[in-house]
Design a protein around this ligand. Structure first.
Ligand code: 1PR
Length: 542
């Protein structure tokens, strides 16, 4: 095996393709560990864990990997655990009491409190370096890295000698990476942390400690706190045009056809090219929505998988894919579960899947079943295997104006920011399915709360009324949902100027803001949005 071949310990959960793509961008080949003997021949071993602590440990135990993995680490051979791959090195996790971890690092992993923080902790945050490491070679001060997790390890007297970096989330300081000799592990995802992450991976692979530009803060000395940044997300609505080509399109209130020009589907560009452009321009994430999937066969109709595969080869920030994440029967009579569909997308390079119409069906069933969790919905099935953080719910609400709260059983808002076209002052937000074509007797609070209970990790909150209008986000809607759930909320629909991003973060407290039209039409660059946010005192990734 060449010295430039890396062994990857993969147990089938999550997006290992991003990691192998990052390795290949750095000039390394990867091979998967398939037997206990492989630990003997490996020179460099990576353990990228996503999902659930119990499943990761079950995988190691069932394959008799625990002893050879511990021996590999005890021999001080080059090792990098990522995310759950770091957590398994501890003694156990609150996620599944009674399941023993590898016990290499003292301490038990615990959940972030949800009373004051949005959980999972998703997004770009800083690292406070406690000692030198090859991971920091050539790294700049204030480098941000990408996190996505609900559980964290806490620094203590028992594990201080392992702690390489700490990070702050709200008032909580947690261990964001550890190291002893050649054994390293990160809570964050270097393979999803853009150029900074690739630089860290290179440092790990090459093993050379170069004095970093990053200041060191040994334990016991005062260290600055890090902060979770607000994310700016570029969104690509993808569909086939009338000539059969897969294009990025953009609608006005969900109508994607030109008013003139024969009513053709608007063509804003090619999906992979635009995704790469937004990555290079500083997007913190990119979201693809396959917007006609509700009519077609989710995996059969369009080459969305190929789009993900090609994008993830060159884009090293998180990729979300939505549209058609549901069970269905294909033309050959084969039954696909929503979990099968999601698995195909994760394997193609997606980090998260976004569920739209199927989430509404799941929420309806949740209330009909007396709020019992039956493990039958797509949300439950995907979050059980891949973790809550991998399941986004894409919500398509529209305003239904009423005279007062007494007129409906639904959650009514007195509009503070943008009244209706005829001066209406109250509305409730009706949930739509099938690309905004069909309304259900459910409001946005009912939907998002049910989805959170079922295991969703994030809400992507569109708004049919504001979509494509360039007039700003629906601040009343976003404030309502942000108050109704504890998982992160991504604001969407209506961005038309950098100031709209400042407003949505300041007024609603949302965690990320997504936009499409202004970026596609090059009206505003992502860098301009971030510069404005920074000038307005909002933390963003540089
Ligand atoms: O129901 O699970 O198959 O998912 C379908 C997905 O496709 C849903 O996420 C739904 O929001 C999306 N979708 C369906 N039809 C359309 C359409 O436009 N005709 N797109 C559509 C919804 C909302 C965002 C848009 C933002 C920002 N578009 O994707 O990018 O509103 O736009 P802006 O910044 O230009 O205002 P399922």
């Amino acid at each position: 095996m060449s010295a430039r071949t890396v062994h990857v310990l993969d147990y089938g959960a999550g997006n290992v393709r991003s990691l192998t793509n990052a390795l290949s961008a750095l000039g390394y080949a990867s091979t998967f560990v398939t037997s206990a003997e492989d630990f003997g021949s490996a020179d460099i071993l990576l353990f990228p864990g996503v999902g659930n602590f119990q499943q990761a440990m079950q995988f190691l135990n069932a394959n008799d990997y625990v002893a050879p993995l511990k021996a590999y680490i005890a021999a001080n051979k080059r090792f990098l655990g990522i995310c759950l791959g770091m957590q398994t090195l501890f003694e156990g996790s609150e996620e599944c009491p009674g399941v023993a971890g590898l016990g290499i690092v003292p301490g038990v992993v615990t959940k972030f409190p949800t009373d004051s923080l949005a959980v999972p902790h998703i997004g770009w945050n800083g690292i406070t370096a406690r000692k030198p490491s090859p991971l920091f070679s050539k790294l700049e001060a204030d480098s941000n890295v990408y996190f996505v997790h609900s559980f964290r390890a806490t620094p203590s007297a028992g594990n201080q000698d392992w702690v390489l970096t700490t990070t702050n989330y709200g008032d909580i300081e947690f261990i964001s990476s550890i190291q002893k000799g050649n054994v390293m592990a990160t809570q964050f995802h270097p393979e999803k942390s853009g150029a900074v992450g690739l630089q860290m991976l290179r440092g790990f692979l090459e093993g050379e400690v170069v004095a970093p530009a990053l200041p060191l803060h040994p334990f016991g000395q005062p260290a600055p706190s890090t902060k979770l940044c607000k994310r700016v997300i570029a969104c690509l609505d993808v569909r086939s045009n009338d000539a059969g080509d897969l294009v990025v399109t953009k609608g006005d209130q969900y109508d994607v056809r030109e008013a003139s020009d024969g009513g053709n589907v608007r063509n804003m560009g090619k999906p992979v090219e635009l995704c790469t452009r937004y990555y290079n321009e500083g997007a913190d994430e990119v979201t693809f929505l396959n917007i006609t999937s509700f009519r077609e066969q989710p995996l059969g109709d369009t080459p969305m998988l190929a789009v993900l595969e090609a994008s993830s080869r060159q884009v090293f920030v998180p990729l979300t894919v939505g549209g058609g994440i549901r069970g269905y029967k294909d033309d050959n009579g084969r039954e696909w579960t929503a979990l099968d569909v999601a698995a195909r997308y994760f394997r193609a390079g997606a980090d998260k899947v976004s569920i739209g119409s199927d989430a509404v069906d799941a929420a309806e069933a949740y209330y009909v079943n007396g709020r019992l969790l039956r493990q039958t919905s797509s949300i439950e099935q995907i979050s059980t295997v891949y973790g809550r953080q991998a399941v986004v719910i894409s919500v398509d609400p529209r305003r239904v104006y009423v005279a007062s709260a007494a007129d409906t059983r639904h959650h009514v808002v007195e509009l503070q920011h943008k009244r209706g076209p005829n001066g209406e002052t109250h509305c409730w937000y009706q949930v739509m399915v099938k690309g905004g074509r069909e309304g259900r007797d459910m409001d946005v609070v009912e939907l998002t709360q049910a989805c959170e209970a079922l295991g969703a990790g994030e809400i992507l909150l569109n708004c049919v009324d504001m979509d494509g209008q360039n007039a700003g986000y629906d601040l009343d809607l976003i404030s309502l949902v942000k108050k109704s759930v504890t998982i992160p909320v991504v604001a969407s629909s209506g961005a038309g100027a950098p100031s709209h991003f400042t407003d949505v973060f300041n007024i609603t407290g949302c965690d990320a803001a997504l936009a499409a039209g202004i970026f596609h039409r090059k009206e505003v660059a992502i860098a301009e949005v971030k510069a404005r946010l920074q000038a307005d005192g909002i933390d963003v990734r540089a």
